[in-house]
Design a protein around this ligand. Structure first.
Ligand code: BG6
Length: 293
């Protein structure tokens, strides 16, 4: 089964948006990838046989998330609730609702009979735009229908970096985090530049609206900015042992070349009243070294 996608192009930037999961699988500036996509990423859900007519009738619980790019984590981050881990938006078929030339596309996801067994009715819209200043802009909007929604959320971006040992995250000094590898123990980061030299899985709570990933060996800085509706950030790298456990869709050495910095609303659930909506936006851009934040 081939997954359909939309190609975006504007000036010197390009992006690919897979309709399955509304998943940005590629964002490149002047031909250089900003997002990591595993060489083992599964685009063909293993349990879906090609004899099935498209995806019709296939339970989303059987569909795999794509390892890399920007999975949308909604309506539950990780195992923090009763829903499937990381929710269900990342393994649903979305639909394209509008397109603005080659620079912007909006996709929609609504409740189905299957999601209603787990979660109240909702309508989500996700717009992916390439901007004049060569950024990728992601805007997620969700409306509650007749019942209140409560959810946690993340844009689980996988960034492509040259070498993990020459990579740093900046902007998190003095910020508290839950260390998910230590039973969510609360720590405070004291580092101006956070180096990644082992498995890291942290939920930073109350982060500034701008963070950076210094991708030293590519001589560039990836800049992340968010709306104030995304007060948290997750920093994740599985490192070697975990990578081996993820072998179905992640190569054993790929942890060298990726880092997830996920902008999120995780510390406290977001509540949306009936017929109201919630909007979150996130912008990713790249600066050549010399103009680091
Ligand atoms: C991160 C979590 O957001 O996602 C990690 O903090 C998790 O704990 C990772 O391992 C990947 O999750 P998954 O379900 O895509 O393998």
């Amino acid at each position: 089964m081939q997954l359909d996608s939309v190609q975006l192009r504007h000036g010197q930037v390009t992006a690919t948006v897979c309709i399955y999961a509304a998943h940005v699988t590629r964002f490149a500036v002047r031909g250089k990838d900003v997002l990591f996509l595993s060489q083992r990423a599964l685009f063909e859900p293993p349990k879906v046989k090609s004899s099935l007519p498209g995806h019709l009738g296939v339970s989303f619980a059987l569909l795999q998330a794509i390892r890399g790019g920007v999975p949308i984590i909604f309506p539950q981050f990780s195992g923090r609730g009763k829903l499937p881990s990381h929710g269900f938006a990342r393994n649903q078929y979305w639909r394209v609702v509008s397109k603005e030339g080659d620079r912007s596309v909006t996709l929609a996801l609504e409740d189905t009979e299957e999601t209603r067994r787990l979660y109240p009715p909702f309508r989500a819209l996700y717009t992916v735009t390439l901007t004049d200043d060569a950024s990728l802009e992601l805007t997620f909007r969700v409306e509650a229908k007749e019942r209140e929604l409560s959810f946690t959320f993340a844009l689980h971006s996988y960034f492509a970096i040259g070498k993990i040992e020459q990579t740093f995250v900046t902007g998190l000094k003095g910020v508290q985090y839950e260390d998910q590898l230590q039973g969510s123990r609360i720590e405070t980061d004291q580092n101006e530049r956070i180096a990644i030299d082992r498995e890291v899985d942290r939920v930073y709570l109350g982060v500034p609206p701008q963070l950076s990933i210094v991708d030293g060996s590519n001589s560039r800085t990836i800049r992340l900015s968010t709306s104030d509706t995304l007060p948290d950030a997750v920093v994740w790298n599985p490192w070697e042992a975990k990578a081996l456990k993820m072998a179905a869709d992640f190569g054993p050495t790929e942890y060298h070349n990726m880092l997830c910095v996920e902008v999120a609303a995780v510390g406290a659930p977001v509540i949306v009243k009936p017929r109201e909506s919630w909007v979150a936006s996130h912008t990713i851009s790249v600066a050549d070294d010399g103009s680091r934040l």
